[in-house]
Ligand binder design. Structure first.
Ligand code: PGA
Length: 260
């Protein structure tokens, strides 16, 4: 059985001291679970100090972004090559990067290749805006995002990636997408990957849901077939809420295993 993957994206929040405090509090409240993989994505500034403080049996680290080139005259940038060995995962193509930093599917593709080349597992964010949903363009948009992002990968490489389905309209909205909407798109994402790489790869890829995930919604969303975990924004900054999300996911995984 796949472990449930829970990723906390801290976005541009928390200075070094605050980040360190949150890690300490989480460490007190989140035990090591056999069936859960918990990942923290602090800012670029705090990744290094956090890596020295964090209990690695409980938490892995992710970068929120990095440059697709390994090195060069690119003032202000940090590459996946530099992050190699420091983080397990890299979030790529988050809707905020697409919207505020004009990242295209082509950029995402190059970053995915860079992450894989540097032994960092990409967490590729895909999802439609409200307008695209209203215009019935969800499938077309998600297909283009997924297919382009994975284009440079071999089957075995693609099998390792994580896709986060984050409907843009559900991010920070206080309410996640409906189970029906999540079910449909997650199944569609597997179908796209099956077309590109075959069924084994499609089954192996982990697919997360993201957008207003809070403890109250954990059971409902994790019961959806094909959802392997969460990408959490706002609630990951609150140690009680994030620890609660991990606990609830663990309870659900344990119950599932008993029934299996
Ligand atoms: P949210 O953010 O949980 O605050 O909605 C999710 C995300 O942007 O990944």
């Amino acid at each position: 059985m796949k472990k449930t993957l829970i990723v906390g994206n801290w976005k541009m929040h928390l200075n070094t001291q605050q980040a360190s405090l949150l890690v300490r509090r989480l460490g007190e409240r989140v035990p090591q679970h056999r069936d859960i993989e918990t990942v923290l994505a602090p800012s670029m500034l705090t990744l290094q100090p956090i890596s020295l403080e964090v209990d690695r049996r409980k938490f892995r680290l992710a970068a929120q972004n990095a440059n697709a080139q390994d090195l060069g005259a690119l003032t202000g940038e940090v590459s996946f090559a530099m992050l190699s060995g420091l983080v397990h995962y890299g979030i790529i193509g988050h809707s905020e990067r697409r919207k505020y930093f004009a990242e295209t599917n082509k950029d995402v593709r190059a970053k995915v290749a860079a992450a894989v080349r540097n032994e960092i597992t990409p967490i590729i964010c895909v999802g439609e805006t409200r307008v695209e949903r209203t215009n019935h363009e969800t499938k077309q948009v998600v297909r283009e995002q997924v297919v382009t992002a994975l284009r440079d990968l071999t089957g075995p490489e693609a099998a390792e990636v994580v896709i986060a389905y984050e409907p843009v309209w559900a991010i920070g909205a206080g309410r996640p997408a409906s189970a029906a909407a999540i079910t449909e798109v997650v199944a569609y994402i597997r179908l796209i990957i099956e077309g590109q790489f075959g069924k084994n790869v499609a089954d192996a890829v982990r697919i997360l849901y993201g957008g207003s995930v809070e403890p109250d919604f954990v059971a409902n969303i994790l019961s959806i077939d094909g959802v392997d975990g969460f990408l959490v924004g706002g609630a990951s900054l609150n140690y009680q809420q994030f620890a609660d999300i991990v606990t609830k996911a663990h309870q659900l995984a344990a119950a599932k295993e008993q029934h299996a």
